[in-house]
Design a protein around this ligand. Sequence first.
Ligand SMILES: *Cc1c(COP(=O)(O)O)cnc(C)c1O
Length: 444
Amino acid sequence: MSVTGDKTEVHDEKVLDWARKLIEKSQSERLVVDEVFNSVRRNEIWRGNECLNLLAPEAPTSPLVRELLSSEVGTRAAEGHIGKLERWFAGTQFIDEIEALCIELLKKAFGVSYADHRLVASMIGNMTVYTTLTEPGDSIMSLTQPFGGHSSNRYDGPAGVRGVRVYDIPIDEKELTVDLDAFERVARDIKPRLVSLGASMTLFPLPVKEISEIVTEWNGKVYFDGAHQLGLIGAGLFQDPLNEGADVITGSAGKTFSGPQSGIILWNDPNLTKPLTDTIFPTLAATHQVNRVAALAVAAAEFIAFGEEYMKQIVSNSKALAKALHERGIPVLGSHKGFTETHQVIADVSEFGGGYHIANKLAEANIIVNKNLISKDRPEDWDKPSGIRIGTTEVTRLGMKESEMDVVAEYISGIIKDEKTIDHIKKKVLGLREEFNKIHYCFE
Ligand SMILES: *Cc1c(COP(=O)(O)O)cnc(C)c1O
């Protein structure tokens, strides 16, 4: 019966209680529907128009992408691969067109031979990789959470579900990258079947080439979990994992790539096509939300047209923001290496009360970031980490440039260092958002 102690729900009881009471006292379900719309509207007004959304995994979608997300095709079932014979259901000829356009646009956007569009989340892409490239009992190596590793590639995610043994990739905390000498020693000993690179906290490229060369000795594979960096990779920035030796890339369509939230998987080796796609269907995807696929196709087309300019500005903005915070006395990771090569800035706010405290204080001033473990933290400190993670994807798509990053840094440091009141900064944020409220880098 119990979840932990006397709690029977994992969710916050008070919030569930609010919902239950509201449903009970409503005269009809129609009024409850109004409440759902009200909550959506409140979020839209606040997060959509009044906040500086600096959460690294978020990106605003274009108007055309949003339009397609509510299209009729989202009610259709189209299990299977593209083509009359390959589908479970009849009547899918126009859906075939949508899906074929999506696949070909994804291939073009990333310059790869193969792509799949049916992953409702990047987590499912990672599950696809573990199901296809490992067997239960195999050893794999992945990055730890304090170095930005994601649960997907640890025991509490798809890797754990597949029943593999997870070993840590040794890291060089100062250089914020893999400790290659230590990796070589450990890997030669373990001989991992698969090495997972890529991280949620991500500042600098990782040594994909060097690691691929090492694990090739025993036919090990490398996959790059590019959930965050996907857009940067597509724009030819950051690094080019498939050409550096990775076998597969997975990524989130809704992070830097700025499409509908879901997953993408990319590869070049024709020998992987059947095993990977046989895992996707019928193992991990059935109805795969064709409205989302249509939106993904348009996001890919917009990415081909505007992605390079957009992604370059994202990285320039995060460099400018990092520098501006550093100049105001906020410790920023990677200062000796130019701060960042991605959409992220990581600040160590341990001397100002820690990541949890600072993220909440910033949110009161309408500045949204997340608390984040950094390499000096232990995984069990997840609820009181030293860092905050700041992402520039959304503010860039709203048209902000380097000069606005200086203004944003002024607001953030004003709150962190208690130099300005929350009300004062909140008013400033509202003013800035009034000036920047249109989505850029997309078709009209
Ligand atoms: C966000 C993230 C994921 C999960 O992606 P979803 O699209 O949310 O399923 C997987 N891996 C890494 C490294 C991530 O940062």
